[in-house]
Design a protein around this ligand. Structure first.
Ligand code: UT7
Length: 321
């Protein structure tokens, strides 16, 4: 029996307890529920507690995914965490998570591709599983963007939230993950960035997220449409064969514009941006987890996930679940 594919056998999500509504935000920033909801579809976001770390969010999501998969943490031999907001510069959040999970001494590392991070991490895990060198992978997207936002900048702070999502992959005879397409164009690195760095004990440049919202919006709609078609075509599928599209949850208008461009009905698209806001690398696994747990995503269905974000990066993963 050849186990030449990887398959998603469990998922989990975690959102910090504290919820901040648009109205609550409007008490400290010059904004309104009307502006935020009409421009983005966001109603609320979860915000991590002071002592909570990205690895803590990842730990909760991972425990839930492992329980759903029925796989003990000791059987995990590959951990990949997609994050732009790691606990510390190093060691990687994946190594910290491995220790917190008690997950033995398999491979563990972070992937940094901002809001496309989970697509990069899932594609990497799938490729590594297909070599036959790993049996069970834990792939996590975990972020605490509330710590890299300038809470006085209304054009960015209203858009993001904190959270983590996880998937467990196991080797399988049948697919499973069918394939992926990843892209980047570093010439657009300035339209979405945290440009600061640490040098000689000081922060040089801004440690806060900066964004050209209009440029990001246009770029996102263009490349998301392209990568959906590219990924489907590479595996011989038509758009109409998709059961679910799980897009990165940045803005409902980006999701609707992509859906219109592709002719995919909104009923086939999982949306969580209203409740989660943009949780960057966590948004896709969180949305996937919501739709599995509420019974929308069912075994045997064809699911396409797609992400876009800083770098600029974008990508998609196609899976039979
Ligand atoms: O993972 C990728 C992450 N990023 C994104 O997905 C962002 C993509 N871009 C967007 O979602 C949209 O461009 C935004 C939601 C960020 C902005 O929407 P927009 O319709 O493009 O608004 P705008 O930037 O053209 O701003 C319109 C006005 C401006 O005022 P003036 O100059 O017209 O007087 C802004 O100052 O809205 C003002 N504004 C706000 N007003 C109230 C900006 N932020 C706010 C706010 N509340 N929070």
């Amino acid at each position: 029996m050849s186990l030449s594919y990887s398959r998603i056998v469990g998922c989990g999500g975690y959102l910090p307890a504290k919820i901040v509504s648009n109205d609550e935000l409007a008490r400290t920033v010059d904004t309104s529920d009307e502006w935020i909801f009409s421009r983005t579809g966001i109603k609320q976001r979860h915000i991590a507690a002071d002592g909570e770390l990205t690895s803590d969010l990842a730990l909760e999501a991972s425990r839930s995914a492992l329980a759903a998969a029925g796989i003990p943490s000791s059987a995990v031999d590959l951990i990949i965490v997609a994050t732009t907001t790691p606990d510390v510069i190093f060691p990687s959040t994946a190594c910290i998570l491995q220790a917190k999970l008690g997950a033995g001494t398999g491979a563990a590392f972070d992937v940094q591709a901002v809001c496309s991070g989970f697509m990069y991490a899932l594609a990497t895990a799938d490729a590594m599983m297909r070599t036959g060198a790993f049996r069970n992978a834990l792939v996590v997207g975990a972020e605490i963007y509330s710590r890299i936002l300038d809470w006085k900048d209304r054009s960015t702070c209203v858009l993001f939230g904190d959270g983590a999502g996880a998937m467990v992959l196991t080797r399988s005879e049948a697919p499973g993950i069918l394939g992926s397409r990843l892209h980047a164009d570093g010439r657009y690195r300035d339209i979405l960035a945290v440009p600061g760095s640490v040098r000689g004990g000081e922060v040089c440049g801004s440690p806060y997220l900066t964004m050209d919202g209009n440029a990001v919006f246009k770029f996102a709609v263009k490349v998301l449409g392209e990568v959906v078609d590219e990924t489907l075509a590479a595996h011989g599928f038509e758009r109409s064969q998709l059961d679910w599209l799980i897009p990165h949850q940045a803005n409902i208008r980006i999701i609707q514009a992509t859906a219109r461009r592709l002719g995919i009905p909104m009923q086939k698209i999982v949306v969580t941006v209203d409740r989660h806001a943009n949780t960057s690398a966590a948004s896709i696994p969180l949305a996937y987890d919501v739709a599995v747990r509420d019974g929308r995503i069912r075994p045997g269905q064809l699911v396409l996930m797609e992400g876009v974000g800083g770098g600029f990066t974008w990508g998609a993963v196609l899976a039979r679940v």
